[in-house]
Design a protein around this ligand. Structure first.
Ligand SMILES: NC(=O)c1ccc[n+]([C@@H]2O[C@H](COP(=O)([O-])OP(=O)(O)OC[C@H]3O[C@@H](n4cnc5c(N)ncnc54)[C@H](O)[C@@H]3O)[C@@H](O)[C@H]2O)c1
Length: 725
């Protein structure tokens, strides 16, 4: 066996998971066959066994499914996968129904399939350490806990009680597990696990009734009742509708998980396991699961591991990890105040500078306001609040920035102003310090012209609202050096955000792709399609908010400002910018009809001021733009909104604005709200297959214009970056 060690000594059979050549234990193919072998051996040794100990030789207990293998599965593999899952669960059942006490020694994290392995043990002992995590995160990867996790957790916690841990993938620490009854004993350290296990075995081995799980007891009753209980039935009648509202039918995993919970609760344990296997087998070969595993596991890990960070590997060219001690922020407005809050929360000394002390203090008060909500809810103590706010020094003085390792400017979006604050503040930087701009539209290379050292000048683009949005886009200017990129990357990770790294371009990556999404929607309005239909097309495709609502929120006037700026820039370079139909429509909205967006109280929507009143689509859109009798195809509309963004991403790739697939996928989901079921803008292409994507794009280009055209160069870029597993 290559993944499991087996030892029988003094009546104790010890099964130690220890996958050769891997830092963690996974349910790889080899493990599955090793488990069958060890289970058979246990069967043979039964008479000599007093108890069984499950342990891990790694620093974690067990990591779960072998996701690389999952990525290679094809729909035709489903029957084979079903048989394999059933075999694994048969082994679990053999071990736990042998009549011998089985103890899981949980020395470290056990997630997904790992927690399902832990649940083999009748008695579960864990090290009392908050760094250890248990639980079933499968749904976040488009899968379900189908290796007995659903069936067992539902039988342990009940249909209602298990929901957060199955449907919401809520994880828990050893202490919480103890309170929930999912772990039975905590010990101080890993060395204390085995003695605790042996003591429990001694108490239970050879006792009158063979040791068994609660559900194998003939008097077992499901906590909270089965679906036939009127209270549970009432909840179950509405649960699918509530779920559908969340998933919009785009995410099969939560629906399958709920179905497996409820169907499984009405049948015997072994039938419930089989139901679960069928759902898992169907799901694991599906495109949505692969898309989500690709991005939420592999791509996210690539970012966490610093694959886009220069100098991450050891050896020549390595750039050591960096943590700035003191960071200055210029401009205490909406963005500056919020950036101050986020970094102060991570213990970074923050100098917040604005033109007056009052403005700077108002920026700091934003942190007080945000933390007050947490204090009121009992999630933060008054001292913690005070400590966080005290990290921020509001000031109107440039001198106060003296010694900052990093200064980020977040002043108005104006080139001259940005140049001036850069030149004022740069001399205050500590030796080797970095100057960053939070501009959302102005190319970094141009802004760097004002800098005394463009190698140390970079874009760090936050998203609003900063405290909620996880992504930060790092923009490398033409002259930005590797060390500066690495330092910006480390800063973003140090404040708990997800960094993506892109090269300079108009709109960088996220704003550029986001722009194509909203402008495609505006173009539809111009074609005469009803606004409500356009909004629904966005929502049904899986975007979090309709494109018109989102355009209102970011301000139509801003889009027009960017358009005017782009025209001016093209003119300055001796060219002419040809505005898209969407851009022209938005320009009319602003210049002709004075519809500037949400803050102006008038955009594609009306914003009534009476308390509690909801926004509604501007009634004039109908007479102004709708074409009576016009036919439209909902699939076309949805495709236009998604394909347009994917194509623009591919263009970014071919222009080397993007240089990795993981930055594109993760950036599009967390920065733009591209639907998670697709795995991001590039996985949308790879998931459906490049040929199918290009064929559909060609159709769209013919009907809806050059925004959908894929040149040979772009097609080549798509092909050359295709990931393999
Ligand atoms: N609002 C967004 O959603 C968003 C998102 C990403 C990036 N950005 C970018 O962030 C920057 C700031 O945007 P905002 O929305 O926070 O603007 P804002 O108008 O809320 O704040 C700008 C602040 O800068 C201050 N300021 C002006 N001159 C200054 C100077 N010389 N020194 C110090 N402070 C000065 C102003 O007093 C004001 O408080 C812009 O470049 C914008 O493009 C904005």
């Amino acid at each position: 066996m290559k993944t499991i060690q087996y030892e029988l000594r003094e009546g104790i059979a010890t099964i130690t998971f220890d996958e050769a050549g891997s830092p963690v234990n996974t349910m790889c193919e080899q493990w599955q066959s090793d488990l069958t072998e060890v289970t058979a051996q246990v069967g043979k040794d039964k008479d000599a066994i007093r108890g069984i100990v499950l342990a891990s030789a790694k620093s974690t207990f067990f990591a779960g499914a072998d996701l690389k293998a999952t990525m290679r599965l094809q729909p035709s593999d489903a029957p084979r996968v079903f048989r394999e899952i059933e075999q694994t669960k048969k082994n679990f059942r053999t071990l736990e129904t042998l009549g011998k006490p089985v103890v899981s020694c949980l020395n470290g994290t056990a997630l997904g399939g790992g927690w399902e392995v832990a649940l083999i043990g009748h008695y579960r002992v864990a090290v009392d350490d908050r760094k250890i995590q248990f639980g079933l995160p499968e749904l976040t990867l488009g899968l379900i806990p189908g290796a007995s996790g659903i069936t067992k957790m539902t039988r342990l916690l009940g249909l209602l009680g298990a929901q957060p841990y199955i449907l919401e993938s809520k994880l828990f620490h050893p202490r919480e597990a103890l309170e929930l009854g999912l772990v039975h004993e905590l010990v101080a350290d890993a060395a204390a696990l085995r003695p605790a296990a042996l003591a429990w075995i001694e108490q239970h081995a050879g006792s009158g009734t063979p040791v068994h799980h609660p559900w194998d007891d003939k008097n077992y009753k499901m906590p909270g009742g089965t679906p036939s209980n009127p209270k549970v039935a009432g909840m179950l009648a509405v649960a699918p509708a509530m779920l559908k509202r969340k998933t919009r039918g785009l995410y099969p995993a939560p629906e399958y998980a709920l179905a497996a919970m409820v169907e499984g609760a009405q049948v015997d344990f072994d039938t419930a396991l089989r139901i679960e296997s069928r759902y898992l087998a169907k799901l694991i070969v599906s495109p949505v699961a692969k898309n989500m595993i690709n991005t939420f596991f592999f791509n996210s890990n690539a970012i966490k591991a610093g694959q886009s960070r220069p100098g991450s590997s050891s050896g020549a060219g390595a750039i050591p990890r960096w943590k700035p001690q003191k960071v200055g922020i210029l401009g205490a407005g909406m963005m500056g105040g919020a950036i101050a809050y986020v970094q102060a929360g991570r213990g970074i000394a923050t100098v917040l500078r604005d033109v007056t002390t009052e403005k700077a203090e108002a920026g700091r008060d934003y942190s007080r306001k945000l933390t007050q909500t947490r204090v009121d809810k009992g999630r933060m103590s008054a001292q913690e609040q005070q400590a966080l706010v005290a990290q921020i020094t509001p000031t109107d003085s440039v001198q106060a920035l003296q010694g900052c390792d990093l200064i980020i400017e977040a002043v108005f979006e104006n080139r001259e102003l940005k140049a001036r604050v850069t030149q004022e503040a740069e001399p205050m930087l500590a030796p080797g310090g970095v100057f960053a701009s939070n501009t959302s539209t102005l190319p970094i290379t141009g802004l760097a012209k004002a800098s005394r050292d463009p190698r140390k000048f970079i874009g760090i683009h936050f998203f609003s609202p900063v405290d909620k949005m996880k992504l930060v886009e790092i923009i490398r200017g033409q002259q930005t050096d590797d060390e500066t990129v690495a330092h910006a990357f480390d800063y973003v990770q140090a404040i708990g955000k997800i960094p993506i790294v892109v090269n300079d371009s108009r709109g960088f990556f996220t704003s550029r792709v986001f722009g194509t999404f909203v402008m495609e929607a505006a173009a539809m309005i111009g074609e005469g399609i009803p606004a409500a239909v356009v909004e629904h097309a966005g929502i049904q495709a899986g975007m979090p908010v309709g494109p018109l609502a989102v355009m209102d929120a970011t301000a139509l006037s801003l889009s027009v400002h960017v358009l005017d700026q782009t025209r001016a820039d093209y003119r300055a370079e001796g060219g002419t910018y040809i505005a898209s139909p969407g851009e022209l429509l938005v320009e009319r909205m602003v210049k002709e009809f004075d519809r500037n967006g949400r803050t102006a109280g008038a955009g594609f929507y009306e914003y009534p001021t009476e308390p509690g009143a909801k926004k509604y689509l501007w009634p004039q859109l109908k007479p102004l733009f709708e074409k009576p009798g016009l036919q439209w195809n909902m699939q076309d509309l949805q495709d236009r909104l998604l394909y347009r963004q994917a194509i623009e991403t591919a263009r970014c790739l071919s222009e080397r604005v993007l240089t990795t697939v993981h930055d594109a996928n993760v950036g599009s989901i967390f920065g733009i709200g591209f639907p998670a079921w697709t795995g991001g803008t590039l996985q949308f292409i790879y998931g459906m297959g490049i040929d199918a994507f290009c064929a559909r794009a060609a159709q769209l280009a013919q009907q809806y214009g050059p925004g959908f055209a894929i040149t040979a160069k772009v097609a080549d870029a798509i092909r050359s970056y295709q990931p393999s597993y």
